[in-house]
Design a protein around this ligand. Structure first.
Ligand code: 4AD
Length: 568
């Protein structure tokens, strides 16, 4: 190949190729308007010729023909770079050819299931222990894998019930599918489950000695590969965009498994106390917890809302079914981002007939303690808890009871102040909390964390609570209401006794500026045989955030909904 210098010498003098060492860019065109940055780049220009490279070293000076020595130096560099690039290209081509050959060879290796072996029994990973020594067949997603030389490969499969280590030997790890295997592909493996040798570790204490396997669905590689979708540095927003993939990870799937276990434990608890499950409508035309958080929508031309709470419907069921509960979604248009607020959450609500306030408090602490006993005595529950919140201490009965007025005093005694703001919302000072004020999230959390145990915070003033709450007999300013507060989260339950008297309920509607007419089906409960009753709502996500020590309730949702996010 003729040298570049000779090539240049042979070329006729052409249009100048511009190089500006201060403002140029090697992505430019070599023109005066878009000069290159380096002479080496100019040498690649199609019309470069001896003497037609012009250079400027500062914007003040004009373009000058390149000095001979500078040109020589650049040409040397250019040639060296060319050679390096050619070498690299040749090496890449060789390795691609070798890889191609390896793949072609691998394609010739065909594995078949040995018909003389006993038929494999289809099992789920969690049932593995019962089937040790038997020939089984397991299908799942490739959680991770590694090869050790040409003849040994370890796969860890995931099927939602657990993880299974599989060992592949010889031809089994030399097939085309084996050497191109990619994380998150689905596979079926056949073989015998064996206890892992002394000193070795594997999930469940055993591994599958694979005698045959097949691929079901390949996952993509390259930039589309699962491992390239996110990592520990990825921002929370992108993680939420990729939530459908994130939930395949160990932490997220453990959280979701715990979610299912907790729901099951609540169902079992209610069942054991003869409380009947109902499924109330979620599209409603009444409010429960104040108009400011209602999600309104067009219901065949009429205005309707997504329910804030199923409480009112539960109350109507008492005379039909006795004590009732539901586990349904509730919706709140919360216009702020906090660690514990969602736009959609799973609300576990119960309503109990012929009880008094003390019965309600006793039921709540018994429910929480019993649910926790069920969760921790379940092997999977205990395993997940150990993994995600090893320091968890199960609460004991009775819970500490604290009056709202004492909480106000506690805050003031401990120097926890409220911000005083001017008309523009700028902080201009601090002041004590006063009786009658709502206790916001931050001070409530500070108090709960400092006390460090569950609190039944009782008897809130009527003015800061909902229209339906029964007033206390001994102090009409207060209501028979309760919030259950847990360390690290704050309020996880809101409950109360309900007004039983029609006239008092009407006054409650009036106080809140609600027209009582559309609530006839609710008020009728007082008309057609009233009874003392009360109930509660527990936010499942807050309960889980407490139980699993998660920073925010968003981490314990399947697909969280909050202001600014309604997908995937
Ligand atoms: O205190 P709340 O608003 O009470 C009610 O809705 C009653 N009607 C329930 C009843 O008596 N049947 O809400 C009850 C619980 C809260 O303690 C909290 O755990 C949860 O529901 N919650 C939320 N969770 C996540 N995001 C939100 N925006 C929530 N709002 C309430």
């Amino acid at each position: 190949m003729a040298s570049v210098i000779e090539g240049i010498k042979n070329m006729a003098l052409g249009t100048p190729v511009h190089v500006c060492e201060v403002q140029g860019d090697d992505a430019g065109q070599g023109t005066e308007q878009a000069p290159y940055k380096t002479v080496a780049k100019a040498l690649e220009h199609p019309s470069v010729g001896e003497g037609n490279i012009v250079v400027r070293k500062s914007t003040e000076e004009g373009y000058q023909p390149i000095a001979k020595t500078a040109l020589k130096k650049a040409q040397k560099l250019f040639e060296a770079n060319q050679k390096k690039a050619q070498k690299l290209a040749a090496a890449a081509a060789d390795s691609a050819a070798a890889e191609e050959k390896k793949l072609e060879e691998a394609k010739k290796i065909v594995i078949t299931e040995d018909a003389s072996l006993p038929a494999a029994k289809k099992i789920r990973i969690r049932d593995g222990e019962k089937h040790r020594g038997e020939r089984v067949k397991v299908s799942g997603w490739l959680h991770r894998h590694r090869s050790q030389g040409k003849d040994l490969m370890f796969l860890v499969l995931r099927d939602g019930t657990g993880y299974l280590q599989c060992v592949l030997n010889g031809k089994l790890c030399q097939t085309y599918d084996a050497i191109t295997l990619i994380r998150e592909s689905t596979v079926t493996v056949y073989g015998v489950l064996q206890v892992v040798p002394e000193g070795k570790k594997a999930p469940g204490g055993h591994e599958l000695k694979v005698d045959y396997w097949e691929i079901i669905g390949k996952a993509p590689g390259g930039t589309e590969a699962f491992d390239n979708k996110f990592n520990t540095e990825t921002s929370p927003d992108i993680l939420l965009d990729q939530r459908h993939l994130v939930i395949r990870g160990e932490t997220a799937s453990n959280v979701l498994k715990m979610r299912a276990l907790v729901l099951k434990a609540f169902r079992e608890y209610f069942d054991s106390r003869q409380v009947t499950e109902v499924t109330p409508p979620l599209m409603v035309q009444t409010q429960v917890e104040g108009g400011s958080t209602l999600f309104e929508f067009n219901y065949y031309g009429e205005s309707a809302y997504l329910t804030q709470s199923s409480q009112l419907y539960l109350e109507t069921c008492l005379a039909s079914l006795g004590d009732v509960y539901c586990m349904a979604e509730s919706f709140r248009a919360e216009k702020s981002h906090t660690r514990r607020h969602l736009s959609e959450f799973t609300h576990i609500e119960g309503e109990l007939a012929f009880i008094d306030f003390e019965d309600l408090l006793t039921f709540l602490e018994d429910m929480i303690v019993t649910v926790m006993e069920r969760v921790t005595s379940d092997p999977l529950g205990a395993e997940i808890l150990k993994e995600l919140n090893p320091n968890f201490v199960a609460p004991k009965k009775p819970f500490r009871r604290m009056a709202y007025s004492d909480a106000i005093k506690w805050l003031n005694d401990h120097g926890i102040k409220k911000d005083v703001l001017d008309a523009d919302g700028t902080k201009i000072g601090e002041a004590d909390y006063e009786f009658g004020e709502d206790i916001p999230e931050a001070p409530e959390r500070k108090m709960t964390d400092a006390i460090g145990e569950p609190i039944l915070l009782c008897k809130f003033p009527a003015e800061i609570k909902s229209f339906y709450m029964k007033r206390c007999g001994d102090d009409r300013r207060l209501t028979e209401s309760v919030d259950v507060l847990m360390p690290n989260v704050g309020e996880i339950v809101g409950g109360s006794m309900r007004i039983t008297d029609l006239a008092e309920l009407a006054a409650g509607f009036e106080r809140e500026g609600i027209d009582g007419k559309p609530y006839y089906w609710y008020t009728d409960q007082r008309k057609y045989g009233t009874c003392e009753h009360g109930g509660f709502g527990l936010g499942l996500e807050r309960f889980l955030a407490w139980l699993l020590n998660r920073y925010t309730v968003r981490e314990v949702c399947l697909y969280p909904r909050f202001m600014g996010r309604c997908q995937p």
